[in-house]
Design a protein around this ligand. Structure first.
Ligand SMILES: *Cc1c(COP(=O)(O)O)cnc(C)c1O
Length: 383
């Protein structure tokens, strides 16, 4: 083990999730695999080629840096789409490589035009329209000017898509707002159509919208969390399972995160363990240290809360998570030796630590926990 922990990514689990996703979006719509946040912590460099082997040919990222990583990792001619930030000095790199990107305001559009003329290239853009999230997107009032600019420069601008993003499709609390967004999106799409701005693809759905509001699948869905084997929220999981007879969760987690027992120590009763006074032994204990801490993606808020698996048993975290180290109680586990595996996320024998066990404990979303796993922990694909 080169790092003090390692990650494996299961290809067969991914294939299973992809099948399920296909069933959701259907034949009429295609999939863009969302790999922002280092592929939700799975590692762009290993995830992208694996996904390509499974038939994925379109990837979405947030910024130009991530686009570069996909560009360098892909083994096929997969399309790359930037949904967020392209700094001015990266725009020509992006356009030159035919990487697609969202145009969310007139400012971006106006910056683009002289550049595509200078470079004598065609920019492949997606018009992101404002439908009620009030974060990014061209408003209705911006459209006449945008249409004029696009028409005047139609040789250098290709409209690949028209798109929007929903403000929380994973929660029923946002139902009315999302419904209004869908209506508004259709209207703006029609308006562009009427003005002869015909985008190759309309896309709006993330994982939650694809499941909860199937009519939002349009020509393409942008799916992140679901492909990694996690529900966007418990509500969405319940919504799905209610429609099924067998009530079995069909998703499979791709990621397993492991470390090892670094050292073992016996501690007497009535002793504080580690920094401070948060853990007091209530009996003589045997404790093991694991060389993973908050600097390596294991959140400090899991102190005294979470557990790992050692030798097929749960070992609860004892005391504060340090920067590089955590301590677990193995008093009840027979035969533990230095170098034994410690599962941080994953299965061993009949025991499991899902990522959600973390997020339930510390109120972090799956999304946050996954994306915090440092990029330099080695990831390998397993069948
Ligand atoms: C992150 C993101 C998605 C994917 O969301 P999931 O909930 O992970 O499926 C889709 N569209 C946009 C614009 C995003 O930022």
């Amino acid at each position: 083990m080169e790092h003090s922990s390692k990650i494996t990514i299961s290809k067969s689990a991914y294939q299973k999730n992809l099948e399920l996703i296909k069933g959701f979006h259907g034949e009429e719509s295609s999939l863009s695999s969302v790999v922002k946040g280092n592929a939700y912590g799975h590692g762009i460099n290993v995830f992208v080629p694996m996904a390509e082997e499974c038939g994925v040919n379109h990837f979405s990222v947030f910024n130009a840096h991530e686009a570069k990583r996909v560009y360098e990792s892909r083994k096929k001619d997969s399309e790359i789409m930037i949904m967020g930030h392209v700094p001015a000095d990266q725009l020509s790199w992006v356009i030159d490589r035919e990487i697609q990107f969202f145009v969310s305001d007139l400012h971006r559009l106006k910056k683009l035009i002289p550049l595509v003329y200078d470079l004598n290239v065609t920019a492949r853009i997606h018009l992101e329209v404002e439908t009620g999230m009030n974060r990014t997107g061209l408003s209705r009032k911006d459209l006449p000017e945008a249409i004029g600019l696009i028409k005047a420069n139609s040789h250098n601008i290709e409209i690949e898509g028209i798109c929007t993003h929903f403000a929380g499709a994973e929660s029923i609390a946002n139902h009315v707002r999302v419904q209004n967004q869908i209506k508004s999106f259709r209207k703006l799409k029609n308006y562009l159509d009427q003005n002869e701005i015909r985008a190759a693809k309309a896309h709006a759905a993330c994982s939650a919208a694809m499941i909860r509001y199937p009519k939002t699948c349009f020509d393409m869905v942008r799916v992140g969390i679901l492909q990694y084997g996690f529900w966007p929220s418990q509500e969405i999981m319940i919504h799905y399972l209610q429609s099924k007879r067998n009530q079995e969760d069909p998703l499979e987690r791709l990621i397993t995160w492991k470390s090892e027992v670094m050292s073992i120590k016996e501690v007497k009763v009535n002793q504080f363990v580690g920094y401070g006074t948060s853990y007091l032994t209530d009996a003589p204990k045997v404790l093991a240290t694991i060389p993973v801490g908050y600097a390596y993606g294991y959140s400090r808020s899991l102190s005294n809360q979470s557990r790992v698996i050692v030798n097929g048993h749960y070992a609860p975290v004892a005391g504060i998570i340090n920067m590089n180290l955590l301590t677990v109680d193995i008093s009840h586990i027979p035969g533990v030796e230095v170098g034994d595996e410690a599962i941080l996320v994953g299965n061993q024998e009949d025991k499991e630590i899902p990522v959600s066990s973390f997020s339930d404990i510390s109120n972090q979303l799956n999304y946050e926990l996954l994306t915090r796993i440092p990029a330099d922990i080695p990831r390998t694909i397993i069948p």
